[in-house]
Every structure is written in C-alpha cells, then in structure tokens.
Design a protein around this ligand. Sequence first.
Ligand SMILES: *Cc1c(COP(=O)(O)O)cnc(C)c1O
Length: 429
Amino acid sequence: MTPTASTQPAAGRHPALTAADPDLAALVDAEERLQAETLRLIPSENYVSAAVLEASGTVLQNKYSEGYPGRRYYEGQQNIDRVETLAVDRAKALFGVEHANVQPYSGSPANLAVYLAFARPGDTVMGMALPMGGHLTHGWGVSATGTWFRGVQYGVRHEDGLIDFDQVRDLALKERPKVIFCGGTALPRTIDFAAFGEIAREAGAVLVADVAHIAGLIAGGAHPSPVPYADVISTTTHKTLRGPRGAMLMSREEHAKALDKAVFPGLQGGPHNQTTAAIAVALKEAAQPSFRTYAHAVVANAKALAEALLARGFDLVSGGTDNHLILMDLTPKEVPGKIAAKALDRAGIVVNHNTVPYDTRKPFDPSGIRIGTPSLTSRGLDVTHMPQLADWIARAVTAADKADEPALKTIRAEVADLMSAYPAPGLPL
Ligand SMILES: *Cc1c(COP(=O)(O)O)cnc(C)c1O
C-alpha cells in the first residue's frame, strides 16, 4: 500500500518507523485516526495512557529473563528484576493479594497455566458455557481446555438472564470438577463470588475468578472483589484495567509455587519485559484516586446508556447492567446482530456481534450485540452523553434494516464531531 496524502503520518510522530517502513507507519497512523474518530464500544477494549504506551515500547524488549526476580537463567537482570518486582508489588497492593504473577502473555495462556497447576488431562473442569457469556478457556469444546479436559458447563436462567446458583451447585456436586471458573465475557451483572466460593468448597474444587473484563472495576471499587472467596484470580491487564495486552495470576501464598511453576517453566519461556513494565505503570495509575473516579464513571455511563436504550425499545439481556457491559438482543428489532454491528461500524460506532443466552441463531451470525463503556469513559464522556449515543445506535439499527447508507454516513460525521472534543489518552491531538 502506498501512503496517500491523507494517510501521511503527522510529522515527528513515528520518525524512525516512517523512514524505515512508510507502509507500516501509514497503517499505524490510520489506526490512530480510526481510534480517535470513532466511538469504541467494545467492552474489552480501552485506551492506555501515553505512559503505558511508552513503557511498552522500550529497550526492555531486548532482554531475556526466564525465571523470576532473583532466580533467573540469564545474567544482566539488574534492572529487569526491579521492573518485575515493582509490577508484582503493585499488583499485590492494589488487589490486596498475597501473591501475583505478572508473566502470562495474555488471558488465555494465564488460564491454561491454572489448568496446568491444578488439573491433569481428562479431569473434569467447570465453567460458564461460551454462548451464555463464558470464555473459550473455561472448558468450551473448541478450546484446548475443552479438548484436554472434560468440560461441564453452567449457564444463566432463560427468564431473567441471571446465574442459577442451584443449577451451579447441583452440577458441581454431581460432576466434582477439579476447577471451577467464574467470570465471563458477556455478563452484564455483578458476579456473586461468595456464592461460587461456597459451592467450590462444598465440591472440593479450586475456584478461579476470571476477572479479565472487570479487573479495573474491582481495582477502582466499582465491583466487589473476589479476593476473600477465590483460590486463584486470573485477569487480563488490557481491558477495564487499562494496561498493556498481558495478564496476571493472583492467589494466596499457598498456591504461589504451583502457579509460578505452571507459568514458567510449565507453559512459557521468557517474559515480555516491556509488557511487565507497562503493567507496572498501569497498576500505579490504577492506584490513583482518579482511577476510582474512572471506574465508577464506567458503571454510571453503562447504566445511563442501558436506560436510554431501554427507553428506545431495545431488549437488554437481564434487563440492564451493573457493570461496564450491555448485551442487547436484537431479535425484537428483526435485525441480525452481525448486520447491526457492521452498520454501526460504518456509522463510526464500533461494537461486536454476540450470542445472547438461548440464541436461536448461529454463533457466527447471532442475535445480539455487545456494548461497553470503558473506552468512552477514558475519553471523558459522561452520563449526559448517553441519550445521544442511544439515539445514534437506534438510528443506525433502523438504517441497517433499510440499508440506508446515507443515514449511516450522517451518523458517522456526528460521532466524529463529538469525539473530536474528547481526545483519547495516548493518541495525538
Ligand atoms: C478476554 C478474556 C480472556 C482472554 O484474554 P486474551 O488476552 O484474549 O487471551 C479470558 N477470560 C475472560 C473472561 C476474558 O474476558
């Protein structure tokens, strides 16, 4: 691809990259513009700060550090050991845990390490079914976790979209899984960690709270913490926590050795030190009072957006939200989720199509879309903007139904106009 005038990077933004590889630089620049001009409503995405971005692009990239601080297989760890120790200490302080491992490459490998620590191939493991809002790595069939282990799956009730704890308990006591996962990717409601803790104890299972989506809300006091109830806490660092793409495993001291051994040498080689550094920076940011404000604003925005969508006749799974995420069932609107999501994308509103519980459509062409407020909150939008957002979503879904491209184009311009007043962290003005 040849950069055109409109994709020419801003002078000085990536000088070395632009000189060495102008095609790639132009793509980065185009992505910066896309992220600046659009309304990003994907609940697992966010904008990291300029400081996090800088930390992840440092010479820490150049260093091999297999092992853990003070116990490495390579020399020259004078600085790297301190970087990782900073990240670990900050994670422990922020979440109030005895042990933290900051080396998992991402959320899926972090969960694999948990299986490696507590189960053997063929063992029974339990998690929420993917189409109900669970994650692939919670024992779903197509995942390694559902292939190497015997995955048994719980769901939500048809009537109200909430977890049925009687069903979870019955299943756990019948199947006696080694590991129970709670948490998910499309759960709009508070997770009752205490209820899961009690069931896991009764069943003799290790309880893993996978808080990938809500770690930032927990850190900011906008969602209850799993720390008193879960044996292991698994989280990505790049969703509501607003750090680089990475993950952490946390636990009480009793599980420290098993988890560390599973991550390295069990599953991984050298840690990504530039990511560890950026995690340390993000954790420092998450300990500031402003992060608490952000976490509570994420939830307030989601609640306000849910209300505005309900007022416009949309059907929301569980009737609303307690967290950062809204799951919308478009069945009553007679617009498939994928068609709606693609139309919204053309209107500058970025969401993803998603199955809804008991979906009658196929997973690659489901009935719902998933909407989240972390990114827009990081840009400073507040509850007063949510009726406008709901209007745009309603107009775009109607336009999708009628294949009205001019209407989508009009919305796109209106969105870009609003977003230009709310510069995103880490992006050029
Ligand atoms: C995002 C997510 C993961 C996986 O994270 P990746 O970094 O994409 O591998 C695991 N569990 C849950 C609940 C998630 O939301």
